[in-house]
Design a protein around this ligand. Structure first.
Ligand SMILES: [Zn+2]
Length: 720
C-alpha cells in the first residue's frame, strides 16, 4: 500500500522545478521520426518527445542514452541557472523564480524517465548508471541551492513577497524556494556548506546502494521447495506461478516462493506446512542481513550517522526534527505522540487476537505456541470461524481487469465524470505495461495513465505512483502518470485474481494518480503530489475507501468465470470483517513507524550504532511495542521507505494522513457519498490544488474544520 519513491525519484521531484518545453518548440522538429540515419541515432532524451502528451519514447530508448542525456541536462541546467543568478537586472518574480521553474528541461525529461525505470524495470547497466549518477545529481543540486548569488535574489524576493502584487500561488512559490534553499544549507558558512556537499554525495550513493542490495537480497532470498506436497494449501494458480518462478530462476522442476515487500508474506495465509511457514518468514526477516554482499546493515549505520550530522549542521537536534520541520506534523514529538497514543489500544487488540488464535491452535491439538509465521494462517481460520469468510473464497471475485475497469475506473467516473480508454499505440518499457487515455467529462484529454501491475525480478518491492510528465501550467503540459504494483503474475492463460489487500492497493495507488492527474496549478514545483509526505497519502487513502463502498464493490466484485456478483452474504461478511486483525496490522505498522523515528532521533555524536539488531530491539521495547508474534512491518535492513526511498523520518506519514483520510471520508458520507457533486468538491478543494496554499488550511476549508482522530480509531476497531 505504500507509495515508495526511490531516493532518485525524490531528486526528480526536487528537480520538477525545471519541467517541460515552452521556448523550444523547434526542437521537436528534429526528432527521430525524421528521415536519415543521423536522426535515427539521435538520443531521444535530448529533444521533447513527439508522442502524444510527450509520452516517453520507450521504443527508441536504449540504455546508452541515459548517461549522456542526464549529463547534458545537468550542463544546460547549470548554464540556465548561472544566467539567472548573474542577471544584471534587479530580481523579479519573472526573471528569478519563474525562470527557475522553466529551467532544467532536458535534465527533468531524461532523469524522470531514467529514475522511473530504475524502480520499475532495472538491469545491471541501469544500476551502474544509477550508482554513478546519484552522487553527481546530489552535487548538481548543491551547485544550485548553495549558489550565493542565486540565493541573494531569492531572499530579496522572499522579503518583498507581499508587496510585489503577486497572487497567492506566486507567493507560495517564493516561499517554497526560500524554504528549499534554507533546508539545503544556503544560510551556512563555507566550511559547513563544504561538509554538507560531501554528506549529500555520500548519502545519495549509499541510498542507491541500499536499493540495489535490497533488490538483490530479495531476489536471492526466495524459498526454494523441492517437493510439491510441501505447498499444500496453495491453490493451483499459485503453485503454477511458483513453478514458473523457479524455472525463471534456473531451478526447473522445483518451486520458488519469491520474497515480496513486507515482513509477512502473502503465501503464509495458505501454507499448511508449519516448517515451511517458518522458513519463509525467516527468509523474509533475514533479508539483507546475511553477512554477504547484499547485507545493508553497514549502509544503514552510515546513513543514520550522516543524516544526524546533516541535521546538526543545519541547526536541528536530530534528523527527525529536520525532516519534520516542513511537514504537516511539524515536529517529531507531534508525530511520535500520534503513534504512541495508539500503541496501548493496538497492542491490546493484537494480544487479544493472539489469544484467540492460540485458543484455536490448542483446540486443534496443535501443541505449540503461536509464532509470527503462524499468525496469518490461523488468523485466516479465526476469520473464517467468526465471519465465515475465506480469502480463497473471495479471490475469484477480484479479477484484476474487473477491479480496474468496474471498480477503480468506475468509482472515478461516478465521482469525477472522467472516463478511460485503453490504447495500444503508446510505446511501453515492458510488455506488461498498459496505457490509458483519461478523458474529462467534456471529452477533453485530462491525462495519460500507465499501469504496471505484476511483480518481476527487475522491479523494486511495494507499490508506487509517479509522473513521466508533470502537469505544468506554464507550458500547458498535461500529466503523464503511472502506477507500479507487485501482484503475483498468473501463470500463462490464467486470470489475475487479487487478494483483498491487492484490491485496496489498486485503489490506493490510483488515488495518488488522481492527485497527479487533476493537478491544475501554474507552477510545476507546486503541482500534484509535490506536497509533504503526511499529506500526500491523504488522497490515496480517501480513494482506498471507495473499494468497500457498496455500490462500487457490487459493480466490480464478480466471479471471473460465471460473472455472478459477490453473494450478498459474503459481501456482508467482508464488510463486517473489516476491523478484523487490525490489532496486528496497526501494531506491525506502528512498530515500523516508531523504529523509523528511533533511527532518526539519534544525535550526531551518538549516531554510529554498532549493533543494528540490538538497537532495533531496544527501540521497540522502549515504545512498548515488542511483541514476538507481531514483528515490525519492515525490519531495519529491508526498510526501503526510510533508507532507499523518500520516507526517512516520514513513515509515520501514512498514519497522519489516515487521520485526514478517515475524517475526510466522513465528509463524503455526510455530503452525498458517491456522487459527481461530492467528487467535484473534492477535486476542486483538494485534488487540483497541489501545494499552492497551506495544507492545514486547505483541509479546513474543504472539511469545514480540523481533522479528528476518532474516525480512524473507530474504523480500526481501536475504540474502547
Ligand atoms: Zn500511498
Amino acid at each position: 500500500m505504500s507509495r515508495i519513491r526511490p531516493i532518485v525519484l525524490a531528486v526528480a521531484v526536487a528537480l520538477a522545478a525545471c519541467s517541460s518545453p515552452d521556448s523550444a518548440p523547434t526542437m521537436t522538429e528534429t526528432t527521430p521520426t525524421a528521415t536519415g540515419t543521423e536522426a535515427v541515432q539521435a538520443n531521444p532524451l535530448l529533444t521533447a518527445s513527439t508522442l502524444p502528451f510527450q509520452a516517453p519514447p520507450f521504443n527508441l530508448l536504449r540504455d546508452e542514452h541515459f548517461k549522456p542525456a542526464i549529463e547534458q541536462g545537468m550542463r544546460e541546467h547549470l548554464q540556465e541557472v548561472a544566467a539567472i543568478a548573474g542577471n544584471s537586472e534587479a530580481p523579479t518574480f519573472a526573471n528569478t523564480i519563474e525562470a527557475l521553474e522553466r529551467s532544467g528541461e532536458t535534465l527533468t525529461r531524461a532523469y524522470t524517465v531514467f529514475a522511473s525505470l530504475v524502480g520499475a524495470d532495472t538491469n545491471e547497466t541501469r544500476q551502474a548508471i544509477d550508482a554513478e549518477m546519484s552522487p553527481k545529481l546530489a552535487s548538481h543540486q548543491d551547485e544550485i541551492f548553495l549558489d550565493k548569488a542565486l540565493f541573494e535574489r531569492v531572499k530579496t524576493l522572499y522579503a518583498q513577497r507581499n508587496e510585489l502584487g503577486l497572487d497567492a500561488e506566486q507567493v507560495a512559490l517564493i516561499e517554497h524556494y526560500q524554504r528549499r534553499f534554507e533546508r539545503a544549507g544556503a544560510l551556512l558558512d563555507d566550511a559547513s556548506q563544504a561538509r554538507l556537499r560531501e554528506i549529500n554525495q555520500r548519502e545519495s550513493a549509499l541510498s542507491t546502494q541500499f536499493s540495489q542490495r535490497l533488490l538483490a537480497a530479495s531476489n536471492a532470498g526466495g524459498v526454494l521447495v523441492d517437493d510439491v506436497t510441501q505447498l499444500d494449501g496453495l491453490d493451483e494458480g499459485d503453485i503454477a506461478a511458483a513453478a514458473e518462478a523457479a524455472k525463471a530462476a534456473g531451478h526447473e522442476g522445483k518451486w520458488l516462493l519469491p520474497l515480496l515487500n513486507t515482513t509477512q508474506q502473502p503465501v503464509l495465509v495458505s501454507l499448511k506446512n508449519r516448517e515451511l511457514r517458518a522458513r519463509v518468514l525467516a527468509a523474509s526477516e533475514q533479508r539483507a542481513s546475511r553477512g554477504d554482499g547484499n547485507d545493508t546493515r553497514e549502509l544503514v549505520r552510515e546513513l543514520a550517522s550522516l543524516r544526524a550530522e546533516r541535521a546538526r549542521l543545519l541547526g536541528f537536534d536530530n534528523y527527525a526534527a529536520y525532516g519534520l520541520a516542513d511537514q504537516m506534523a511539524g515536529t517529531p514529538e507531534a508525530a511520535i505522540r500520534l503513534l504512541t497514543d495508539t500503541v496501548p489500544a493496538a497492542t491490546a487488540k493484537a494480544r487479544a487476537e493472539a489469544a484467540r488464535i492460540q485458543a484455536l491452535i490448542d483446540q486443534q491439538g496443535g501443541g505449540f505456541k503461536l509464532a509470527a509465521s503462524d499468525w496469518d494462517f490461523y488468523a485466516q481460520q479465526v476469520r473464517q470461524a467468526e465471519f465465515q469468510i475465506d480469502e480463497n473464497q473471495v479471490k475469484p471475485y477480484f479479477e484484476l481487469d474487473r477491479v480496474l475497469n468496474d471498480g477503480v475506473f468506475f468509482a472515478a467516473t461516478q465521482l469525477y465524470g472522467i472516463t478511460f480508454r485503453e490504447r495500444s499505440d503508446i510505446p511501453v518499457y515492458h510488455p506488461d505495461v498498459r496505457v490509458f487515455d483519461v478523458l474529462d467529462e467534456d471529452g477533453k484529454q485530462l491525462a495519460l495513465f500507465y499501469a504496471d501491475f505484476f511483480a518481476r525480478p527487475s522491479k523494486s518491492g511495494g507499490a508506487w505512483m509517479g509522473n513521466f510528465v508533470e502537469q505544468n501550467g506554464l507550458t500547458g503540459a498535461i500529466p503523464v502518470v503511472y502506477n507500479v504494483c507487485n501482484y503475483t503474475k498468473p501463470a500463462a492463460g490464467q486470470p489475475a485474481l487479487l487478494s483483498f489487500d491487492d484490491v485496496i492497493t489498486t485503489f490506493h495507488e490510483f488515488g495518488h494518480a488522481l492527485h497527479g492527474m487533476f493537478s491544475n496549478t501554474r507552477y510545476p514545483s507546486l503541482a500534484g503530489t509535490n506536497v509533504p509526505r503526511d499529506f500526500v497519502e491523504f488522497p490515496s487513502q480517501i480513494n482506498e475507501q471507495w473499494a468497500t463502498h457498496p455500490t462500487v464493490l457490487a459493480n466490480y466484485a464478480r466471479h471471473h468465470q460465471t460473472g455472478e456478483p459477490l453473494p450478498a452474504d459474503l459481501l456482508g461478511k467482508l464488510m463486517a470483517s473489516r476491523s478484523f486483525n487490525q490489532g496486528y496490522a496497526t501494531t506491525e505498522y506502528l512498530a515500523a513507524a516508531l523504529l523509523d523515528q528511533a533511527w532518526h532521533a539519534l544525535p550526531a555524536d551518538a549516531a554510529d550504532i554498532a549493533d543494528v539488531e540490538a538497537f532495533e530491539a531496544d527501540a521497540l521495547k522502549r515504545y512498548n511495542i515488542d511483541l514476538a508474534e507481531v514483528p515490525p512491518r519492515y525490519r531495519t535492513p529491508y526498510f526501503a521507505h526510510i533508507w532507499g526511498g523518500g520516507y526517512s523520518a516520514g513513515y509515520y506519514a501514512y498514519f497522519q494522513a489516515e487521520v485526514l483520510a478517515r475524517d475526510g471520508f466522513a465528509w463524503f458520507t455526510e455530503n452525498g457519498g458517491l456522487s459527481r457533486k461530492a467528487g467535484q468538491a473534492f477535486r476542486d478543494g483538494i485534488l487540483s490544488r497541489g501545494h499552492t496554499s497551506d495544507l492545514t488550511e486547505l483541509y479546513r476549508a474543504f472539511r469545514g474544520g480540523d481533522a479528528k482522530v476518532d474516525a480512524l480509531l473507530e474504523y480500526r476497531g481501536l475504540r474502547d
